[in-house]
Design a protein around this ligand. Structure first.
Ligand code: KG4
Ligand code: ZN
Length: 344
């Protein structure tokens, strides 16, 4: 079964073709980063216009690269939220139009659930039950997944998403946008010796908070600036990153132990972070946990993950109505349905 995936929720226009939810036939991503860079962040209206300009051409290219004729496509899946409304509308309208023109079912996919499915593309042997930590620019959440399509939200951020904190810290340090990869690179040259926050106020819970850490960096930088002292940017980056990863590890490995789960998947743009990957890998090995994460290109926004997620959703639930509306604030908090987690 061949699924065409469409992703336009933020600043990447992406089209992919995926076979049976696991095999990538083509995966094209056009980043708009150069268009937004001078504004220091994504400008929603500009993003929507850019999606509109390139999406038809990109769709044709994705078919060409996979050497597939439109008649060979069985399913069309698109992100319908969360994200920026203008962009969502562009992708969703395209997917609905193709579904009508090609007479194939349409499936609306939750972007955050899509990130989890990047792991199923990268690792064909991966099967639930598992725990997934999704860390992106918009989300930080820890989810128990007993089987395909069933989730229990264990914890989430109470304020900023991890990626959002990386981006803001990068801005304060004058590193520019997008911040995550730049903090990651700079941190390699610094020492993580600064204590930015003393207490982990949410210790013992599965929830996250990153705004205190971010504010600590802002205050530190402002104080040094006022005193006319140099800012040890590399040390600040390394210390900030060290603490973010420590918090993420604490919740995640406690959740694995307390729920007696031995498989961990990471997803979202921040899962590309080199310190995060190295420390999670070492801890997983020490605890006998199998760790999965997607390659860098599948960590950040892409349409292959949407096609994969859409395929598994279609198997379970069938098509979505063509009247499905874009939902910028779509939540990902489905309750656990059916058997309880004791059946894991
Ligand atoms: O998943 P994603 O592409 O988009 C959302 O759905 O939000 O994630 C983007 C986020 C940005 O905040 C970016 O700074 C962060 O992922 N990111 C990183 C790294 N690469 C991307 N954060 C830390 N280290 C990285 N290497
Ligand atoms: Zn994303």
């Amino acid at each position: 079964m061949l699924c065409l995936g469409v992703e336009t929720s933020c600043d990447e226009t992406a089209i992919a073709l995926v076979e049976d939810g696991r095999k990538i036939r083509s995966n094209l991503i056009l980043s708009q980063i150069d268009k937004h860079q001078k504004f220091g962040g994504v400008v929603p209206e500009l993003a929507a216009r850019c999606h509109l300009e390139v999406i038809s051409r990109l769709t044709a290219e994705a078919l060409q690269e996979a050497e597939v004729a439109p008649e060979a496509i069985d399913l069309v899946a698109a992100t319908y939220g969360p994200g920026l409304i203008g962009g969502l509308l562009v992708g969703l309208s395209l997917a609905k139009a193709l579904s009508l023109a090609w007479k194939v079912p349409f499936v609306g996919v939750n972007h955050v659930e899509g990130h989890i499915y990047a792991n199923f593309l990268a690792h064909r042997d991966l099967e639930p039950p598992l725990i997934c930590l999704t860390v992106s620019g918009g989300h930080t959440q820890l989810v128990l997944m007993p089987e395909h399509g069933r989730y229990e939200l264990l914890g989430q951020t109470r304020d900023d998403a991890a990626g959002e904190a990386f981006d803001k810290v990068a801005r304060v340090l004058g590193l520019g946008y997008p911040g995550g990869p730049r903090v990651d690179r700079l941190a390699k040259t610094g020492q993580p010796t600064l204590t930015l926050v003393q207490h982990d106020a949410l210790a013992g819970t599965y929830d996250f908070s990153f705004s205190g850490l971010k504010t600590a960096v802002v205050n530190l930088v402002h104080n040094l600036e006022q005193k006319g002292e140099p800012i040890p940017v590399a040390d600040v980056a390394a210390s900030f990153q060290r603490q973010v990863v420590t918090i993420l590890m604490d919740r995640t490995f406690r959740a694995l132990e307390e729920n007696n789960v031995k498989t961990l998947a990471l997803s979202g743009g921040v899962a590309a972070n080199s310190e995060l990957r190295a420390r999670f890998a070492a801890e997983a090995e020490a605890r006998g946990v199998k760790l999965y994460y997607p390659p860098l290109a599948l960590c950040t926004d892409n349409a292959a993950m949407i096609a994969a997620c859409g395929y598994f959703q279609w198997l379970r639930e069938g098509a979505s109505p063509l009247a499905l509306a874009a939902n910028p604030r779509l939540r990902f908090e489905p309750p656990l349905v059916g058997a309880d987690k004791n059946s894991l």
